[in-house]
Design a protein around this ligand. Structure first.
Ligand code: SF4
Length: 329
């Protein structure tokens, strides 16, 4: 059992710039459930050093939904899913711009334009570029895009338009990627994160936990993200949507989710760590505790699942004594 003193000392070492080892990270995941407050307190020490009590809000717009030829087992937008979701081709430029206004209303600092599909076409990139330019001319919102695999020309076009960040998750551990998806590979995902970095866009990459990975693999994922130098790390917790191949899977408890968030903070101390999809469903009544490790959340709905109301997020943050990071007006 790790003693409270050792957790605090580990946090101090991390703050002073020392990296934790994989064994140390694993010991955080395997801590007794009764020590969860001690773990969150130590993670908070690191989180507070880098981010104080600020919470960054992000808002997603699903700019193109469903009809995706890939077979990611968790995704209701895949061709193999039988989930009755809204399916539509690209939203108009006006609707994407309207979403940016909603993001400002919700106090989000980053507006995330997401589209289903394997990779964007030239025409789709032009559509996004037009919308992004107009949003950037009229607001200070940061824009994140998540459009699938990118080639260098597409990455450059997005960078030139003012896209600040690009999301492409690793999703799961390399060794179990084929259990989750067979239409593309883990290495293709790494390649897109690298293309993004080379184009000068800030890389956002994370994972979906609760898809059958073990604790050692969770630690490997955190270290892979550290090696990739992802600036922003979304930690999603599987929502096993009815109609998807992973429907019914339930590996996580709320305390598991907290341990994962804390471990991610110890391994990637200075990065934006976001409690992402599945926050409400998986953390339940413990979700405010997640913010002692993470410093970022989505406000509003996810791609095909509902989030809690913005008012509830704002209240949760205020009641914790935390503050929303200043939003872009
Ligand atoms: S996660 Fe993305 S690539 Fe995979 S099926 Fe869903 S929309 Fe397609």
């Amino acid at each position: 059992m790790i003693k409270e003193m050792e957790l605090q000392q580990l946090a101090e070492r991390v703050i002073s710039g020392e990296a934790v080892s994989k064994d140390e990270a694993l010991s955080l995941l395997q801590i007794e459930d009764t020590q969860i407050l001690e773990l969150m307190n130590a993670a908070y020490k690191i989180r507070h050093h880098f981010y104080g009590n600020k919470v960054k809000l992000n808002m997603i717009i699903n700019a193109k939904s469903g009809l995706c030829p890939e077979n990611c087992g968790y995704c209701s937008q895949s061709i193999v899913a039988e989930t009755p979701i809204d399916k539509y081709a690209w939203l108009t430029k006006e609707k994407i711009i309207q979403g940016a206004k909603e993001a400002i209303y919700r106090k989000a600092g980053t507006y995330c334009i997401v589209a289903s599909g394997r990779r964007p076409t030239d025409k789709e990139i032009s559509h996004v570029v037009d919308a992004v330019k107009e949003i950037r001319e009229t607001t200070n919102l940061k824009i994140c895009c998540c459009l699938g695999f990118l080639n260098p020309d597409h990455a450059k076009a997005l960078a030139d338009a003012g896209v600040h960040r690009y999301n492409h998750n690793l999703n799961t551990h390399r060794d179990q990627y084929e259990e989750i998806c067979t239409t593309h590979t883990y290495d293709q995902r790494i390649d897109t994160v690298q293309q993004v970095k080379e184009a000068g866009i800030s890389p956002c990459s994370g994972a979906i936990f609760g898809m059958g990975e073990n604790d050692e693999q969770r630690v490997d994922i955190a270290f892979e993200l550290r090696d990739l130098d992802a600036d922003s790390i979304p930690c999603n917790f599987l929502v096993a949507i009815t109609g998807t191949p992973l429907s019914g899977k339930k590996d996580l408890t709320p305390i598991n989710c907290l341990k994962i968030l804390a471990m991610m903070r110890f391994v990637n101390p200075a990065k934006e760590i976001r409690i992402s999809g599945g926050r409400e469903v998986n953390l339940g009544s413990l979700q405010p505790l997640g913010l002692y490790a993470a410093n970022s959340i989505f406000v509003g709905d996810y791609l095909t699942t509902e989030g809690q109301q913005p008012l509830d997020d704002w209240r949760m943050i205020a009641e914790l004594g935390f503050e929303i990071e200043e939003c872009a007006l």
